[in-house]
Design a protein around this ligand. Structure first.
Ligand code: IVH
Length: 677
């Protein structure tokens, strides 16, 4: 280092510190203080110096996070303090047994309360990181708990792992343990990238994290969105040690580690149970996967007294959530036809309990998905159900493929009407070409037409629509208005009274609004909001029907695809004759006055938040939309006004921060009364 000017050395150290600090703000605290471009500029300055004076480049330099030379293999490392596993609990009873055993061993009374640290159990890969004098010197996998693999070069690429501890009061030797994982968002982006490159996507975030850490080429690891939460310390050489696990986590945070923000210190087992309920409810909203909760006795002295059995500590336990993935058999694949003719393969499964419910069906999406999965009828498959998301098939277990398993063939003809099934170039969806000749499409179109947000025909449920079409009583939505009592009476569960009720609601639905009618037609991609914007912009059905594509494209939120669907729909003579029949049957609405007065909120975006006390949210939305406003779900700089009803929370705060106009419920109702008496 003799011939490096003092000033350069100083500048180099300053740049390193600064980059490490910004790295910490960005990746650990999620609170960057400079734009990316500025960070890149600092990094280039650092690299310039390292280019000129290569001997300066040290392992803790932020420039080293991009990875280095590929390895031939990983060497083995033994863990001085073994990496233990955890016993599992599956019920409240298991949890109270755990608490009771601890108190018995510590000779405490039944009503004494132990302080427990409750932590999300992250579903990733466990690692050990060793810091000597504050510098990261080794990263290793858990392996069998005693011997793991040296993945130092790979962990260095992970931005939320400090290469150098922050502050000065860290132990001389510190081993930090934690879980490396990939967030849901990171996983989705990684898989999109893989698909674009024609590579096989990863099955789940855990596999993606494990696979990324196992790369011999750390340059590849560096491109993967790996993160780490620290959850304990292993080796610890210092003058003094904190007296509780909870304080230890606080120290780890001070030294620059990311600590999960849902970790809580509680007193007694009842509070642990409450925590379980809270976290289970939050699970679906987290951006990373957790498979349970880890409860740890916080007092380190008590931990020492409790000790271990076999490979697990007596002072900790993992309470598992119901599994989100299970194995079951694929019994059959059926092809369903939707309102727009889309043919969707649906897997029929041997019922299996997964994610807290019994699953017997799973969507297979489309032909590409079937090809990607390469599954056969008869295969054992992994089914995944996470949160409220519809169950998915993750993969086939090929080792268990039975003799005679049958490959799945996508039908060339519609299973309902036998018309040919076609796939438009560039689209993944295959569609039945039968249109309203296809019974399945007719049924779906009628169900949509009758639904609450469309024509709102009370009493016309899905089963009844199926029955009416199957019996040949109706062929299109227009036929609904021709139905007679005698045709209905005698149908399954249909007596004189219910038949009359149904006819009354069909008659009542004739008085509708233009937005609802446009939505009810079932034009592809025209949802409730687009129905409303079209109505607001054109005022009458005739104007929408006659609108050239250029005019449709001028409407906010109508892009080329939607515009094309609208034009195609009204170019189809069958659709026009159905509309004519509906009007002749008496379906009517009021056209929308196009003058500015009637649409005082045209071009504005409003947000409703909290629970309105004097009207329903749907009603408030209708009123706003009828005045031309767009009603959005979240607050942004584009929001004109928010209505903050009681219970308003983060949206209200955001609106305040952005200085957006805020109306109380009272002010809002006053405004409505003034605008539309
Ligand atoms: S503590 C002796 N805390 O669960 C304590 N483990 O079955 C052992 N895990 O291999 C670990 N989140 O990979 C602990 N907050 C957490 C955890 C956690 C996930 C994993 C870890 C370990 C496994 C134990």
């Amino acid at each position: 280092m003799l011939n490096i000017p003092e000033l350069v050395l100083k500048r180099y150290e300053r740049l390193k510190d600064e980059l490490n600090r910004h790295n910490y703000l960005y990746y650990v605290l999620d609170d960057p203080s400079i734009p990316d471009s500025e960070y890149d500029r600092l990094m280039r300055s650092l690299q310039d110096i390292e280019g000129e004076f290569p001997e300066l480049r040290s392992a803790d330099s932020p420039s080293q996070r991009v990875g280095g030379e590929a390895l031939k293999g990983f060497s083995q490392v033994s863990h001085n303090v073994p990496m233990l596993s955890l016993d599992n609990a599956f019920s409240d009873e298991d949890m109270s047994d755990f608490d009771r055993r601890i108190k018995e061993r510590l000779k405490l009374g039944g009503s004494d309360k132990i302080a427990y640290v409750c932590e999300p159990k992250l579903d990733g890969v466990a690692v050990s990181l060793v810091y000597e004098k504050g510098l990261l010197v080794r990263g290793a996998t858990r392996g069998d708990g005693s011997v793991g693999e040296d993945i130092t070069v790979n962990v260095r690429t992970i931005n939320s792992i400090p290469l150098k501890l922050r502050g000065t009061d860290f132990p001389e030797l510190l081993e930090v343990r934690g879980e490396i994982y990939i967030s849901q968002q990171g996983f989705d982006q990684l898989n999109q990238k893989a698909l674009r490159a024609g590579d096989k996507p990863f099955v789940n975030p855990r596999n993606a994290a494990a696979g990324s850490l196992r790369q011999l080429d750390s340059k590849i690891t560096a491109t993967r969105p790996l993160e780490m939460f620290a959850y304990s310390a292993g080796q610890y050489r210092a003058q003094a040690k904190p007296d509780s696990h909870f304080k230890m986590l606080g120290n780890l945070a001070d030294w620059g580690f990311k600590i999960n923000r849902h970790i809580q210190l509680v007193e007694g087992i009842a509070a642990c149970e409450k925590y379980y309920q809270q976290l289970a409810a939050l699970r679906d909203q987290l951006d990373y996967e957790i498979d349970g909760i880890v409860y740890k006795v916080s007092d380190l002295q008590l931990q020492g007294r409790l000790g271990f059995v076999a490979k697990a500590p007596r002072w900790a336990i993992a309470r598992k959530f119901p599994a989100q993935e299970e194995m079951t058999r694929l019994l059959d694949v059926e092809f369903q036809v939707g309102r727009t003719g889309a043919v969707t393969p649906v897997a029929r499964l041997e019922p299996v309990f997964v994610g807290g419910v019994t699953v017997a069906n799973a969507t297979l999406h489309n032909a590409d998905e079937i090809a990607r999965l390469g599954i056969c009828v008869g295969d054992m498959v992994i089914v995944r159900r996470a949160g409220d998301v519809i169950p998915q098939i993750v993969k086939a277990v090929l080792e268990k493929r039975p003799v005679g398993a049958v490959p799945i063939e996508f039908p060339e003809r519609c299973p309902v009407c036998q018309s040919s099934v076609k796939r438009t170039a560039g689209e993944v969806v295959a569609r039945c070409t039968g249109g309203l000749f296809c019974g399945a499409q007719t049924k779906q179109a009628i169900k949509h037409f009758a639904s609450r947000k469309a024509m709102d025909i009370d009493g016309l449920g899905d089963k009844l629509v199926d029955l009416l079409v199957d019996q040949g009583l109706i062929y299109s939505v227009a036929d609904l208005f021709e139905l007679q009592t005698e045709q209905l009476v005698g149908l399954e569960r249909m007596a004189q009274k219910s038949a009359q009720n149904l006819l009354n609601s069909i008659a009542a639905s004739k008085q509708t609004s233009l937005p609802k009618f446009l939505f009810a037609l079932g034009i592809r991609e025209v949802g409730e909001a687009t129905g409303q914007t079209l109505a607001n912009n054109f005022g009458s059905l005739e104007s929408v029907i006659c609108a050239p594509i250029e005019e449709l494209l001028e409407v906010e939120d109508v892009g080329p695809v939607v515009a094309r669907h609208i034009v195609d729909f009204f170019n189809n003579p069958d659709n026009l004759s159905i509309i004519q029949a509906l009007r002749q049957a008496g379906v009517h609405w009021q056209n929308i006055d196009q003058t500015v007065q009637s649409l005082p909120l045209k071009g504005q975006t409003w947000v409703l938040t909290g629970t309105l006390e004097t009207m329903s949210r749907a009603e408030a939305k209708d009123r706003l939309q009828s005045m031309g406003a767009k009603v959005a779900g979240s607050v942004s700089a584009k929001t004109h006004c928010i209505v903050a009803a009681p219970g308003a929370g983060s949206k209200l705060k955001k609106a305040q921060a952005l200085a957006i106009e805020i109306l109380t419920e009272q002010q809002f109702t006053d405004f409505l009364n003034k605008e539309l008496p």
